[in-house]
Design a protein around this ligand. Structure first.
Ligand SMILES: [Zn+2]
Length: 439
């Protein structure tokens, strides 16, 4: 495995070395939007070409169909793509920063997205990075390292909630088994949850009039839900039914994948950046890029924006528990426990970091998840498959949520002013902001 320092140093070559290089102002040293648009088009074509080597890479694309066809028929080798990606990054780095705020954000964003494309090409060519170096290169962020003692403190509180013998994960699992949505009711519960999320979102965010999505139930996936944005303000939302679906997943998935999460995020980018401004780079979404931290962070934080504390419990009791045939009187108890379990969210990062750094094997990673993330055996095994497929992507959910929360709440003056919070949240969903600038 490549050493930490070597890898970080190679990452810095992009920005720092090029900035130091300076040099005479070539034809690229201009801020004209035509220069940006030209680089943006090459970036889109490069991402599509890289998608030919990595089936998970292109999460969404709704630009010109012929660009996609060209990428498919050309099947350019990785070495060629590396040869295209490096000079493109150099060109965008040489452009002087534009004056307007949105234009400046666009410029910085395209530079970091291109830097991530370069990193992903190197990974596909066989370069191994440490977990932290990889997340920095791909997602513009590094998750904090937390000790076992940190998680143990939270587990100790849960111990008192579930007295008894045997592993805590089993006692928690037994408690939770009473909150499973029966299979035949899953669709009705999800539809009710989506309606609630959509109503709340529409009250605060102007959505394109033709936005819509479809839901599909699928199996044999390493994730629990997925939004496939199709352009034209349409999404396909897939829900994985491999494992039991607990009642809290209804609002979580409906907000995360739909409103005000991924579906809304993609629709607003298409409306405000692609259609209104003609910024073609946003018509493609490379999964292993800083855009994913913003996407997952806003999708997770969006749950709290749509359903702040008491509003969530009220909705669960009046609508979702009855739709699932569960006793509404137990909702408070359930969400009190879930509130504690949510504090274990970063435990998955630690398991992934150790596993992907080669310090522990997959059985040990699954055992770690059982013990510190309270995932029952099958869910832990599913999560390790997620690590195999998506690697350091895991930080986008928890660190992404915390970075987005901090950014939105610092601008909205906390959580007291709900309208202000929605406004700042919507602004973030409609602008190209990088994880490292969420301050
Ligand atoms: Zn997501």
């Amino acid at each position: 495995m490549t050493g930490h320092f070597v890898t970080l140093a190679s990452l810095l070559i992009g920005a720092a070395a090029l900035a130091a290089q300076g040099g005479p102002a070539g034809p690229d040293a201009r801020t004209s939007s035509s220069g940006m648009n030209e680089i943006a088009e090459s970036y889109v074509k490069l991402v599509l070409a890289l998608g030919q080597h990595d089936a998970d890479y292109v999460d969404a694309y709704y630009g010109p169909a012929e660009w996609k066809q060209q990428a498919e028929s050309a099947k350019a080798p990785l070495a060629d793509l590396a040869g295209r990606a490096r000079p493109l990054l150099e060109r965008v780095t040489r452009l002087s920063p534009p004056a307007g705020e949105m234009e400046r954000l666009r410029h910085q964003y395209l530079e970091r997205q291109l830097s991530a494309v370069n990193a992903r090409i190197r990974m596909l060519q066989g370069e191994r990075m440490t977990f932290d170096a990889e997340s920095k290169a791909l997602y513009d962020a590094v998750a904090p390292t937390l000790s076992e003692a940190h998680f143990q403190k939270i587990l100790d509180q849960l111990e008192t909630a579930f007295p008894g013998s045997g592993p805590l994960v089993s006692r928690y699992d037994e408690f939770r088994s009473r909150f499973v949505i029966p299979r035949e009711k899953v669709d009705a519960v999800f539809k009710a949850a989506i309606q609630g999320c959509r109503e709340r979102t529409r009250a605060h965010i102007q959505l394109p009039g033709t936005e819509q999505f479809t839901i599909e139930y699928v199996t044999n996936k390493s994730w629990s839900g997925y939004n496939w944005y199709q352009g034209g303000f349409r999404s396909l939302i897939q829900v994985n039914t491999d494992l039991p679906i607990y009642i809290d997943r209804a609002v979580d998935l409906a907000c995360h994948e739909g409103y005000p999460g991924h579906h809304v995020y993609n629709a607003l980018l298409e409306k405000h950046l692609v259609r209104d401004r003609g910024w073609v780079e946003f018509s493609v979404y490379p999964l292993f890029s800083p855009q994913s931290l913003i996407a997952e962070g806003t999708a997770n934080y969006g749950i709290d924006v749509a359903f702040p504390g008491p509003a969530r419990i009220a909705f669960e009791k009046s609508t979702l528990f009855p739709a699932a045939g569960l006793d509404p009187a137990r909702a408070e108890d359930y969400y009190r426990v879930q509130g504690l379990v949510d504090q274990l969210a970063y435990a998955g990062n630690e398991a992934a970091r150790r596993y992907l750094n080669g310090e522990i094997d997959r059985a040990a990673a699954a055992a770690w998840l059982e013990r510190f993330a309270l995932m029952p055996r099958e869910r832990a095994a599913q999560r390790v498959r997620f690590f195999d497929q998506y690697r350091s992507y895991v930080i986008n959910y928890n660190l992404g949520k915390d970075l987005v929360r901090r950014f939105v709440e610092s601008r909205a003056g906390g959580t007291a002013n709900e309208a202000q919070r929605w406004e700042e949240f919507a602004k973030l969903l409609s602008s190209p902001r990088l994880p490292s600038t969420l301050k």
